[in-house]
Design a protein around this ligand. Structure first.
Ligand code: ADP
Ligand code: UDP
Length: 240
């Protein structure tokens, strides 16, 4: 598989065409951004750790029956993935109150949410990713009713699988964001990434933050902590 010209350069990843129109290369860069790109830093090894972390999680999900983009690891920072027509919404599930939910509703950080909360956000940096609901998505044609239902179902399936996986590694899956797309055959497929950049993970015993909140809140040891999470899960960080 030959990597070809750049398709898109996002805040943390660069996407390349390949010589096969059904596949893309995702390159995970060291760039780390928060607050809609207001805070940006280069964190040594972050691209490598996130690439391997994402491949590990997507493979686990695929094995558990979730349709994902996963194909194979190509290098320390690059993965081959299925090319998807991305749906411009973010699907968030929250098991514990944190982040924007706490600010928006004035609830206490750390409150267990039973049942878990599901939220949709529009992927639009200029508008600061506003929260939307099913009606906005259907009405503006961002996804069909069937795709909306399928995104919710898959996002909750992922919750069941990953809550358990992280629990066994001594971690609480507080919340996370997923992005879906449609493959060449018209199937809804999980795309983008699942890494500590796009979820919240707390140590079960100490409640230490082990995700991108370390960067957002200036807590330090960002990549070192991602590596600790990877090691607890059994993600191989060997050179490829
Ligand atoms: P952002 O666009 O939010 O700055 P990234 O830097 O992570 O984010 O850029 C990656 C881009 O690639 C995102 O726009 C994402 O929707 C898109 N993408 C992720 N996975 C796939 C895929 N499998 N097929 C096509 N596009 C994808
Ligand atoms: N998230 C993300 N990208 C976004 C917005 C949120 O990956 O553009 C993730 C975030 O890391 C967290 C979850 O989605 O795990 C919920 O985020 P929240 O709405 O609390 O927003 P935040 O306070 O993180 O901006």
């Amino acid at each position: 598989m030959q990597k070809q010209q750049e398709l898109y350069r996002g805040k943390a990843k660069t996407v390349y065409f390949t010589d096969n129109e059904d596949f893309l290369v995702l390159e995970f860069r060291n760039d780390t951004s928060a607050f809609d790109g207001e805070k940006i830093e280069q964190l040594d090894r972050k691209g490598e750790v996130n690439n391997k972390f994402n491949h590990f999680i997507m493979t686990k999900l695929e094995e558990a029956g979730v349709s994902t983009q996963v194909e194979k690891l190509l290098s320390d920072t690059e993965s081959l993935v299925k090319k998807l027509d991305m749906i411009p919404v973010e699907c968030v599930v929250r098991n514990v109150a944190a982040g924007s939910l706490v600010k928006r509703l004035g609830v206490e950080e750390g409150k267990d949410l039973a049942p878990p909360v599901f939220e949709f956000f529009l992927k639009n940096d200029a508008l600061h990713d506003p929260m939307i609901n099913d009606y906005h998505i259907a009405s503006f044609g961002w996804a069909t009713e069937a795709q909306i239902a399928a995104m919710k179902k898959a996002t909750f399936e992922v919750n069941g699988i990953l809550k358990d996986l992280f629990d066994k590694a001594g971690l609480i899956l507080v919340d996370y964001k997923l992005e879906f797309g449609v493959d060449a055959a018209g199937n809804l497929v999980l795309g983008d990434e699942f890494t500590p950049d796009g979820c919240r993970l707390w140590d079960k015993e100490t409640r230490k933050k082990m995700d991108k909140d370390r960067f957002r809140q200036g807590l330090g040891s960002v990549v070192e902590t991602y590596i600790e999470v990877a090691q607890r899960l059994g993600v191989s960080l060997d050179t490829i």
